[in-house]
Write a protein that binds this ligand. Structure first.
Ligand SMILES: NC(=O)c1ccc[n+]([C@@H]2O[C@H](COP(=O)([O-])OP(=O)(O)OC[C@H]3O[C@@H](n4cnc5c(N)ncnc54)[C@H](O)[C@@H]3O)[C@@H](O)[C@H]2O)c1
Length: 255
């Protein structure tokens, strides 16, 4: 549908959830994929599951470390050649009121969700600039457009991801590189969501499926919903779109 034959993509946080669904979707479009994650066992299992669809390379990588990113990207480019598409998906979310958030949680959230994008862009973009072509998609959140109680650190990090998307789009457009973001809503069937649900349940807060009743489309999102938007933004059909954060939320709702 989006004809990515002959292209190569790197996807961070691809061992589970949304990143894994994006990898599967890009493979279905004919793209070779390089998967990075801190969870090497998870990466191996994902690679085994997806490799029937096309070329899959993996490398263990902590996106919060510039050194780890340089090594991981180098391993993947050795196998895949120059990278056409970068998907910054790795992210963490710790639920908690801002005044009760410790410094370590705040720093870790920014180290993965914000520094991770910065490190990946620095490692992958120079070869895109040389080739005057490329595409970056950052996975932000609906919480990157709206502050929410008990998600203060996470919201701030996702606002930063949206802002980085806009600044990078301004700086890289002249080199033929488009930079966009996708802002998922409430997406189930992911590790992060499962962990957040356990915590919400312990605090007596409503479940994802209960909360989905206030979403206009009356259902939670699934990883494939996000992967579809990423495949579109990565394709030539989106060739005049840059600097945007597309919400994939089933419509707006009040949490
Ligand atoms: N699930 C949702 O409802 C939802 C909503 C909005 C945005 N998002 C965003 O979507 C993205 C994917 O989340 P998900 O729901 O699929 O969660 P997930 O936990 O299933 O996947 C996140 C992946 O990132 C990896 N990861 C974590 N820290 C890393 C690090 N330092 N370096 C490399 N990899 C690391 C994890 O091992 C995991 O495989 C995240 O950026 C998240 O903020 C999710």
């Amino acid at each position: 549908m989006y004809q990515l034959d002959g292209k190569s993509a790197i996807i961070t946080g691809a061992a589970h959830g949304i990143g894994k669904a994006i990898a599967a979707r890009l493979l279905d479009e004919g793209c070779a994929v390089g998967l990075l994650d801190v969870d090497l066992d998870g990466l191996k299992a994902t690679s085994k599951e997806l490799s029937a669809k096309g070329k899959v390379a993996i490398a263990s990588c902590d996106v919060s470390s510039s050194l780890s990113v340089e090594k991981g990207v180098s391993t993947l480019t050795d196998s895949l050649g120059p990278i056409d598409i970068l998907i910054n998906n790795a992210g963490i979310c710790k639920v908690g009121k801002l005044l009760e958030t410790d410094v370590e949680t705040w720093r870790n959230t920014f180290a993965v969700n914000v520094d991770g994008i910065f490190h990946m862009v620095r490692a992958v973009t120079p070869s895109m600039v040389d080739r005057r072509s490329g595409c970056i998609v950052n996975i932000a959140s609906w919480m990157g457009k709206s502050g929410v109680a008990s998600y203060g650190a996470y919201c701030a990090s996702k606002f930063a991801a949206v802002s980085l998307t806009q600044s990078l789009a301004c700086e890289l457009g002249e080199f033929g590189i488009r930079v966009n973001a996708v802002g998922p809503g409430l997406v189930v069937d992911t590790k992060m969501r499962d962990e957040s649900e356990v915590k919400r349940k312990a605090e007596g807060l409503p479940s994802a499926f209960d909360r989905a009743q206030s979403i206009p489309l009356r259902r939670p999102g699934f990883p494939d919903d996000i992967a579809n938007a990423v495949a579109f933004l990565s394709s030539a059909q989106a060739s005049y779109i840059t600097g945007e954060t597309i919400s994939v939320t089933g419509g707006l709702w009040n949490d």
